[in-house]
Design a protein around this ligand. Sequence first.
Ligand code: ZN
Length: 275
Amino acid sequence: MGLELRAPRRGRRHAAARLAARLAVTGLTAAALGLALLPATVTAADVRQAPAASRPPLAGKVIGIDPGHNGLNHTDPAFLSHRIWNGREWESCDTTGTQAAGGYTEARFNWNVAMDLRADLVKLGARVVLTRTSNHGLGPCVDQRARILDRAHASVSVDIHADGGPRSGRGFTILEPVADGPNNKVIASSARFGRDVHAALLRSTPMRISNYYGRNGYISRNDLAGLNLTTMPKVLIECGNMRNPADAALLVRPSVQRSIAAALAAAIIRFLAGR
Ligand SMILES: [Zn+2]
């Protein structure tokens, strides 16, 4: 089931100002974020003197986040292997995901980035829908994840993953849908969102374009339920390669996870602003 969360009202203005300062490194100014009234460092006096709050940039928007896999997927191979329809063919419900050599799992990485991103988006006024509620559960299957976000009528969604590629390979790749019926109306918009994500990751995270997968950090995929079944603009991001020691050292770091989340938030704002 999807999980919908909102930040408490109290403190939201301070939080928004802090977030604006953090997102400023992504190239988005406070003005672009609709937070022009709030300086980067906000005092109580500033808040008292500020005119009526401007509308947060993501007010009224529903944003979907699918943190790939789940922490207990490895405990039930039969569940993972049952067949689901991905919009084009039958495939497995899900996989365990990959992990770094030290044992840090992709499911945990995906979840942490999702939580950071959710916090950022809620501060920006959005309603966030998640495809799972913790990192100590099983499932749901990939087709169900797509349906949760479709049913929520999200404006845009992102599937968060990290890859288990060849040990020598580094970098991020953005996976984009191919028209197959259900997703026909969101192919071009997903590509536009993908470009926003690509630019934001390069601008404000230490992750670089993949040197082993896709082309210039992009690849089209017609075999993934999350992309085949989506009815809103969506991309799947392989944020880096957990099997590469240098990428893994970055991906497990909370500051890097926060930077990836901030980049995604900036890309979502830019995408929804329509440029
Ligand atoms: Zn994955």
